[in-house]
Design a binder for this molecule. Structure first.
Ligand SMILES: [Zn+2]
Length: 195
């Protein structure tokens, strides 16, 4: 099936949090550093390249700042096999938590996402896993019913390395929805980079 055969989007399959849509106009992203030397370096670098390629696809649709500090990042990408979930293994996982402001400050709820991408795959499979999990991280909490989409709930046989028109249309719709309280504040620090 071609992308044209499944036009439109899958907005109805996305689920907001009880506080609103966990979307932002810009995200601070931290990636686990790769070893530059030693026996792990080659595999670490392949993992990093695949994750960077997936991040570049999303950077066409949303502003991504790179953070040197794991603690200040809203999206943390770890090079690890996700822990078993209900006894089942997987190559990638994204876990959302909502961070609230200190009492007394203006109400603000910030999405914080922990993304695990297993290094134990072929590079194209790592890239497809990262593309999918980063979609969750940037607010796409739901799955497409079409196997050719990056956000497919049941992936097809070929790793999806590019966002489809449906992925893009769904994400663009999401970006137009109201976000979490204070999440798109226009304070300078939120716009120019990571704090
Ligand atoms: Zn998923």
């Amino acid at each position: 099936m071609t992308a044209e055969a499944a036009a439109g989007d899958y907005r109805q399959r996305l689920v907001p949090t009880s506080h609103g849509w966990p979307k932002r106009q810009s995200w601070c992203v931290w990636i686990e550093p790769a070893a530059a030397t030693g026996p792990a370096a080659r595999w670490d670098q392949l993992w990093l390249q695949a994750v960077e390629a997936a991040l570049a696809s999303w950077a066409e649709l949303v502003t991504i700042h790179r953070s040197e500090s794991r603690e200040s990042a809203q999206v943390q990408i770890l090079r690890r096999r996700p822990p078993l979930q209900r006894g089942r293994a997987s190559h990638g996982r994204a876990e959302l938590a909502l961070a609230t402001n200190k009492p007394g400050a203006p109400p603000k709820i910030e999405p914080r996402v922990l993304v695990s991408i297993s290094p134990g795959q072929r590079p194209d499979a790592i890239q497809a896993t990262a593309l999918h999990e980063l979609g969750h991280a940037f607010g796409m909490w739901g799955h497409s019913d079409q196997p050719q989409d990056a956000m497919a709930g049941v992936p097809g046989p070929t790793p999806v390395l590019q966002l489809t028109a449906r992925d893009r249309a769904t994400f663009i719709w999401l970006q137009q929805q109201p976000g979490l309280p204070g999440s798109d504040a226009t304070a300078a620090g939120d716009q120019v980079g990571c704090h």
